[in-house]
Design a protein around this ligand. Structure first.
Ligand code: BGC
Length: 768
């Protein structure tokens, strides 16, 4: 079904007849685009389609731009976009701003068209020295609190603009459905709905309310990586995925669709392949699903050197020229060809030789120009504006609160909260590292927070501040070198001696930082050295609080029973240590829940929306339909210092007050949540549905709604959801959305009610 790659004329125009455009067309924007396009030469057009990395413009100090290189790349090749940071590291915002100004001046003088600069701002202004960082997306997923996605989006946009940069390669929305894959921490988790909700909030916060007019406090997004990148068969980065077509539309496309509809202006393409077709050559997905079916007039940019991958790695093209034509004809509008300004010449050759039509060339150029017009770059290639909120105390407070709500308490045999009188031993390779609290995309690509922001507290430092005079520290295992894979045991016996003198051991294990391919690995188990450390301290007989500081759920099935308490802090960023100290002390309460399934066995890596046949078998060998997966902790799991009781789950159709509904109905669901413990707390209320009988094997359950509520002890709140019946539809074997007659179970907080759909509806449109 996906093999046809004939580009249709409709994909070239910005909007297919009868399809309401995803981003409303603005006449003034279009007029400006046409006016600029009219006067452009072939060379200028080709240049607009190419993006280079900043190192191609650096002088030998790597701290400044080389005027001769500016002349060549902007002046001669007329390259229209630059990305990345000088010297591969973060800079003060004034430095970044001055560098972008210089490029813009050159671009306006030489081409009369502004350059568009893009940066990987992933969890805040990741590449600005003094910018504000928030917990990584995986942590924001764990908060189940949309407010944090909005706050991070706002701060990221504001601080990026303050650095004269108008474009971010965010949000990341690859479904984190395979824990072996090294990028799941860049996403909001494994579930399409959670991902879609958080990414939409972030997108709107980044771009502001009107995608046709982005103001000086907002930036364009590049939602990424379109799509199916997160489930490579091997678990290794940038390797092929095999995805059933119904899953592709129903699950993988869903978050992208939500963001396209919310006005996302650009998207970056998946570096790998789906079902044998490199995504960069997949006209059905790029031109068909996105541009044609959605009437989306935004811009598609490649990922890093991925046109080269079409011939060098994937062998679907014979050479560069064929690869360039293949990508652009599939729907690519801008080629991130980091080091090769010559790509401009290849595009020109392709057009001259008829490999790329003038029509497709102009369409791609229009999309690039439209982005620049929408960003106001023609009027303001650079801007003089004050940004008084830059690195504000408010952004810092938000980052702290997000960290508090994202750290997940997975086990507590009563050792937490700490009383404050205990002698605490802190150990483990992650105990005294800001780098590991932040993860990758933090000041540098692979993450190196310790080198930039020593003023923030590591876990050890935060505990020392919270419990003065009570904390001792012996690492026991350390990371050596810059490679996350290398940890070595250094004095595990010293840790054991220190443990004997302590009352409780906070053992901080996990991973060193990594990003993309350097994070590939062969064993999901926590490293042998770290497991040995946990076993040794547990043998000392003191209660162990196991702190997991990791970008993906490393298997710990054999050491989990040795811990009295387990907290997964994931990658909570610069305030993650403070948040943890406050949570362990009981100054704050836990409210995070896992946004992914924490697997227990290497041969049983699951997501929560599995099929019934994947249940564990009973002793007799027959299926046990009531059994659950044998996982370490399920999706949505997380404890608190208080307890919540759910009651009175109701679900009826808005129209009839009855438990049956039609495809056009809206279901009203409500549930009472009571804090029956003695402490105030927040609860993420998760709403699921299960399709009892369907023509394709149904998932056991699917997340359909979530709300975070704060409850004082004894307080009850009624949480309400509005669920359009169409939200219960699935994509059938023919690729079409369908809602089938029959029963559905709506469940929340361990309660369930049955409702029935009275009709079968199949949608004619590809998206509903
Ligand atoms: C990554 C992208 C990133 C791009 C530009 C690639 O290697 O996959 O996520 O946006 O580089 O830095």
């Amino acid at each position: 079904m996906m093999s046809s790659v004939v580009i249709s004329a409709a994909a070239i125009t910005s909007c297919k007849e009868g399809v309401a455009p995803a981003i409303p067309t603005d006449k003034a924007v279009e007029a400006k685009v046409e006016e600029v396009l009219k006067g452009m030469s072939l060379e200028e057009k080709a240049g607009q389609l190419v993006q280079l990395t900043i190192s191609t413009l650096e002088d030998e100090t790597r701290e400044a731009l080389d005027p001769a290189k500016l002349d060549k790349i902007i002046g001669e090749y007329k390259v229209g976009s630059i990305l990345n940071v000088m010297h591969d590291r973060a800079h003060p915002r004034a430095h970044t701003a001055a560098m972008v100004r210089q490029i813009q001046e050159k671009s306006m003088e030489a081409i009369g068209i502004p350059c568009i600069y893009g940066l990987d701002m992933i969890h805040g202004a990741s590449y600005i020295n003094e910018g504000s960082l928030y917990p990584q997306e995986i942590n924001l997923g764990a908060t189940f609190n949309r407010e944090f996605a909005r706050q991070m989006g706002h701060a990221m946009a504001y601080e990026t603009r303050a650095s004269q940069v108008p474009w971010v390669f965010s949000p990341v929305m690859d479904l984190g459905r395979d824990p072996r894959w090294p990028r799941i921490w860049e996403s909001f988790g494994e579930d399409p709905y959670l991902q879609a909700e958080m990414a939409r909030e972030e997108t709107v916060a980044l771009q502001g309310g009107d995608p046709n007019h982005i103001d000086l406090e907002h930036v364009a997004v590049s939602i990424k990586h379109f799509m199916g990148y997160g489930v490579p068969v091997t678990g290794k980065d940038r390797t092929p995925a095999i995805i059933a077509e119904n899953d592709l539309r129903e699950k993988f496309f869903a978050p992208f669709l939500e963001c396209f509809r919310a006005g996302a202006l650009t998207a970056m393409v998946n570096s790998a392949s789906i079902n044998g077709i490199p995504t960069h050559a997949n006209a059905v997905l790029l031109s068909g699903w996105v541009k044609e079916q959605l009437g989306w007039d935004g811009m598609l940019v490649t990922d890093w050197a991925d046109i080269d991958n079409l011939f060098q790695r994937d062998h679907v093209a014979a050479d560069k020229k064929e690869a360039v034509a293949m990508g652009i004809n599939a729907g690519i509008d801008m080629i991130m060809d980091p080091y090769s300004p010559e790509c401009c010449t290849t595009i020109i050759d392709c057009v001259k030789e008829g490999l790329i039509s003038r029509e497709r060339l102009d369409d791609a150029v229009r999309r690039v120009l439209r982005l620049k017009v929408r960003l106001g770059l023609f009027d303001n290639p650079v801007w003089d504006k004050e940004y008084p909120e830059f690195a504000s105390a408010e952004f810092a407070a938000q980052s702290y609160r997000a960290a508090v709500e994202s750290e997940v308490l997975l086990k507590n045999d009563g050792v937490l909260p700490l009383k404050g009188t205990e002698r605490i031993l802190v150990c483990g390779p992650n105990a005294n590292s800001l780098r590991t609290l932040n993860g990758g995309w933090s000041y540098t690509w692979q993450g190196s927070a310790d080198d930039y922001v020593p003023q923030y507290n590591t876990i050890k430092e935060a505990l020392e501040k919270r419990f003065p005079g009570k904390v001792s520290y012996v690492p026991g295992v350390v990371y050596e070198g810059k490679n996350w894979q290398n940890d070595v045991g250094k004095g595990i016996s010293d840790v054991v001696s220190a443990a004997r003198k302590a009352d409780v051991v906070v053992c901080c294990v996990g991973e060193n930082t990594y990003c993309e391919t350097p994070g590939n690995m062969d064993d999901l188990n926590l490293s042998a050295n770290q497991k040995e450390l946990v076993k040794a301290v547990a043998a000392a007989g003191k209660p162990v609080v196991l702190v997991l500081n990791e970008g993906r759920p490393r298997l710990i099935g054999d050491i989990e029973p040795l811990a009295k308490a387990v907290v997964d802090v994931m990658l909570p960023s610069n305030y993650g240590g403070d948040a943890l100290a406050a949570l362990l002390a009981g100054d704050e309460n836990f409210s995070g829940k896992l946004p992914f399934t924490y697997s227990k066995h290497i041969n049983a890596l699951h997501t929560y929306d599995y099929k019934v046949s994947e249940h564990r078998e009973t002793m007799e060998g027959s299926y046990n339909y009531d059994a659950v997966m044998d996982v370490q902790w399920p999706f949505g799991f997380g404890l608190s210092y208080t307890k919540f009781e759910y009651g009175n789950l109701r679900c009826h159709s808005e129209r009839s007050e009855e438990s049956h509904f039609t495809a056009s109905d809206v279901l009203k669901v409500s549930v009472d949540v009571k804090n029956v413990g003695e402490r105030a707390g927040k609860e993420a209320v998760l709403l699921y549905s299960s399709d009892i009988v369907a023509s394709l094997i149904p998932d056991v359950k699917r997340l359909r709604g979530f709300e975070k509520v704060a409850l004082e002890p004894g307080e009850t709140k009624t949480v309400e959801f509005e669920l359009p019946a169409s939200a219960l539809a699935f994509v059938g074997a023919d690729g079409r959305w369908r809602l089938e007659k029959g029963d559905f179970r709506i469940s929340c907080g361990g309660l369930g009610v049955m409702v029935g759909c009275t009709e079968t509806k199949v949608w004619e449109t590809p998206n509903i």
